[in-house]
Structures are given as C-alpha cells and as structure tokens.
Design a protein around this ligand. Structure first.
Ligand SMILES: Cc1cc2nc3c(=O)[nH]c(=O)nc-3n(C[C@H](O)[C@H](O)[C@H](O)COP(=O)(O)O)c2cc1C
Length: 308
C-alpha cells in the first residue's frame, strides 16, 4: 500500500540499536530507519559511551539515517563525516530532543528550535561536510506560544537540508498527550515526514492526506518490531511471537555479550509481554535472571515455544 520510502522507523535512544534494527529489517527490509542519537563530541573523540551505539552501517541492509546531536557546527560536521564514511545513507540532525542534558545544558536538540541562526549554521556545516542527504528532526516548537516549526523548515531548506521529520508535540509537551499533526501548507519548502502516535495504516493515510511525504513510527515499535512491515503490507504479525523474542535476544547477546546484553534486553522482554496473561510474573522473573540459558528457557516457556 505504501512505498518503502514513505514509512520510517524513528530514532529511539537505548532502543534502535543494531540488534533491534535487525529485527525491524526482518519484517521490512527496505524501510529507512534511524540510529539512536549520538553526541557529536563523543563521536569525534570516540568516547566509550558512544562506541556502544556507533556501528559500521555498510553491512546493514536497507537505508539507514545516522542521527547526531550537538551545538558546534564544526564538530557536527566532523561527526557527520565519520558517519558518512561508515556507510550512513543520510545524516539526521536532532533538533527536537527535550531532555535537559541535551536541550538546556548542551544547547542542542530542542534548543535549536529557539536559535534558528545556530540551527542554520549547523545544517550548513553538515551539508558541506558530506555527499549524502541531510535531514532534520524537530517538533512543533518550544511551547504553545512558539509553534514556529514552519520557520525552521525554511531555514533548513535554505541551508541545504533535503527533508525533515516533524514530531507533532512541542518541547514543553515532552512525550505526553496526543500528538497533533498540522496540515502542511503548500508553501512548506521541504518534504515533511509525520511523527507522533503513528501506529497503523489509517494514521499514515491521514498524514499523507494532510500533505506529509511519509510517516515515522516510534513507540509503536516497542515489543512489535514487525509493525512497519505490517503497515507497509510486507509482513503479518508473527504467529509465534516467542520465536521473535528469542531471535532478538540472540542478536542482543551476540552483539553486546551476555553480561551487558541480558540487562539491556529486560525492557524488550517487558514490551513483548505487555498485555499477555501473567506478564507481570514473567517480568519479575526476567528481571532477576543473569544467565542466558535461564532467560531463553523462561521466554520459551512463557510463549510456549516448541523447545521449552
Ligand atoms: C525512549 C525514547 C528515546 C528517544 N530517542 C530519540 C532519539 O535518539 N532521537 C530522536 O530524534 N528522537 C528520539 N525520541 C523521540 C522519537 O523518535 C519520536 O519522535 C517520539 O517518540 C514520538 O513518536 P511516537 O509517538 O511514535 O513514539 C525518543 C523517544 C523515546 C520515547
């Protein structure tokens, strides 16, 4: 129903890592998806924290946008070069992250909605640094009194961005309350991807009807990496979700090792099990397990996998 470049997987810090992306790709091999955001400083200095979510993207199937955040144009440009050299399909600049560490203390993320001059300098520096497309991801504005997203789209266009994602909430709204996706006016200079509460075909159809070029799925992917495939019409919800959970766990253990991988997987186990009978007992059990074999057995038993 929709083309592959109309449905995007959102960047989700702590979630859209390589093991999760592999699961999304299993059901929708060609959809564009975006990495977790990476600090430009950490990337340029190759600090430990960023190594965890910095990959060589060349061997990943399908288009992958690498997302960076920061406030210094030169450092953002250097970070973009590193990501482009490592196989990113495009660079996405974070202009919407509301957390104080990013938006207030670092002057990055959502702060750039308040400083369009700096936003323009960053976009320009990144566009000139790489040969791949550059996009921005932003929100409606800082708060209800400053819903000036369209102005930022003009800035982004003037400095060379090729498209943008608009999350239908303000910075003040954080992630609370329903997203509101405004009609895209005919003078909007960039193709805009709709984001916020997109979870099914009807939501995408509605966004396209409002003038958006596509739609980006965020939290609806949690515990449901197949959802983009379902929306695109490329896949169905798997019959045995337990097999998918085990495959995701396997990817996680292979990528991070057992010691780091098991704690990281707990939240995924919780999302996969949400709404199923006895899921709270399952979650309590999973949270106490530190052994890979025991975790696999618990998952297999919960979902009634054949080898349980
Ligand atoms: C846990 C979490 C992590 C997120 N990490 C990022 C991020 O790294 N970069 C970004 O641009 N947005 C990030 N977001 C925002 C999402 O990409 C998306 O804009 C937001 O969740 C709204 O879409 P949804 O309603 O479909 O979830 C994050 C959101 C959540 C809940």
């Amino acid at each position: 129903m929709f083309t592959n470049n109309q449905i995007f997987a959102a960047p989700l810090a702590g979630i859209t890592d390589r093991p999760f992306r592999t699961m999304v790709r299993k059901f929708s091999p060609d959809v564009p998806l975006v990495t977790e955001m990476i600090s430009c400083h950490s990337l340029v200095q190759m600090r430990r924290g960023c190594i965890r979510n910095f990959d060589n993207y060349r061997d990943e199937v399908g288009p992958i946008g690498a997302q960076i955040f920061g406030a210094e144009p030169d450092i953002m440009a250097n970070a973009a070069r590193i990501l482009a050299d490592n196989g990113a399909s495009w660079i996405d600049i974070n202009m919407g992250c509301p957390v104080p560490k990013v938006a207030t203390r670092a002057g990055a993320g959502a702060h750039l909605m308040r400083d369009h001059i700096l936003a323009g300098k960053i976009i320009s520096a990144v566009v000139h640094a790489v040969d791949i497309p550059v996009s921005i991801k932003t929100r409606l504005g800082w708060d209800d009194d400053h819903r000036d997203w369209l102005d930022l789209m003009h800035v982004a266009h003037d400095f060379g961005a090729r498209f943008a994602t608009l999350h239908g909430r303000t910075r003040a709204q954080l992630y609370v309350g329903p997203a509101q996706l405004p009609q895209i006016p005919s003078d909007c200079p960039l193709p805009i991807i709709a984001n916020g509460d997109i979870a099914n075909v009807a939501h995408v159809t509605d966004a396209l009807g409002r003038g958006y070029a596509g739609a980006m799925v965020g939290r609806a992917m949690l515990g449901a990496p197949w959802i983009l495939g379902v929306i695109c019409g490329a896949a169905k919800r798997p019959e045995n979700v337990g097999e998918i959970v085990l495959e995701h766990l396997e990817n996680t253990l292979e990528y991070y090792g057992v010691q780091a991988g098991i704690p990281l997987f707990r939240k995924h186990a919780a999302w996969y099990s949400a709404g199923i009978a006895n899921s709270s007992e399952f979650r309590i059990r999973v949270n106490s397990i530190t052994d890979a074999g025991a975790l696999k057995k618990t998952i297999s038993e919960f979902w009634g996998c054949v080898d349980a």
